[in-house]
Design a protein around this ligand. Sequence first.
Ligand code: ZN
Length: 368
Amino acid sequence: MQRRTAFAFHEHCLWHDNGPCSVFATPGKHVQPAAAVEHPETKRRLKNLLEVTGLMDELVPIKGAPADESDLLRFHTAEYLARLAQMSEFGFGDAGECAPLRRDSYDIARRSTGQAIAAMDAVLRGEADNAYALCRPPGHHAERDRGRGFCLLGNIPIAVMTMMARHPLKRVAVIDWDVHHGNGTEQAFWERDDVLTLSLHQDRNYPVDSGDIEDIGGGVGRGYNLNVPLPPGSGIGAYQAAIERVVVPALERFRPELVVVACGYDASAMDPLGGMMLNSQAYTEMTARLLDVADRLCQGRLVMVHEGGYSEGYVPLCGHAVIQTLAGSAIQADDPMNDEIARWGQQTLQPHQEALLARLDGLVRHLG
Ligand code: ZN
């Protein structure tokens, strides 16, 4: 089924410069200077691929305005935003922990958040059936009062909070399949029962001290935060099972009016920061499954917001697969690695992965 898929993008997002961050740490001593792994090319090549295959011509292009400070304040502290603005004007700094920035980064981060807002707004206004925000810097590690892990502003928390203020929207689910824990999104909605946050991530990758299965939210939000810390080495079968056993039943019980995905591609087999084994076909299938659930629960209202993913070669192919599926398009990008990755060892669900999912059954049953 063909759908109207909004595509939110602004070139300025790709101009954010991580500055003197070498691959993933400050260069010096034994770390040779090099470009940061969070690099514009992973995203630019996805956009280029959409142009080359022609899929871009089937999308509804939108350009979000930079997010207003009043919307940023729904999540972040005024002190943090002032510090971010000051460092950005100075032209150099770190917003917290491995969140480097240079001149104009604050404006560009507001632009990034603006794409997430525009994507959700387009769907909630009925101008598109679903949407994809290709934005940068990413957002799911940013906390209330500091940046973390290449994230400066919480794109998804800010956009969701803004949408809940602007639209008659009562329940939102955020599914995070970036290979890292969505700690910022978890923090934003920790004590809320109207936003379900569910993160699938590699057990103790980053941040190493968060994302435990026992972290289920607090106060009235208790039970409305789910963490699925998959063992390193999880592949196609483990993710399929996690979607079927945890994500789908959680959504069915929670009955959201909008489903948002923190769409990272660093769980792909080719990623330099992750230890998982997904191929582009797995991203197609996960997207199709969420669309199917969104069709039943909330008129297909599904919004993907780009997060991590650091393989310049592979992110474009996985991203194209996701966007093709959202749009229900026949235009496919040929993935030369797809079949080879599928044949890697232990791609089927392994007993220790199954044991983790079994521990989540009870938590899912308590939802709703
Ligand atoms: Zn990530």
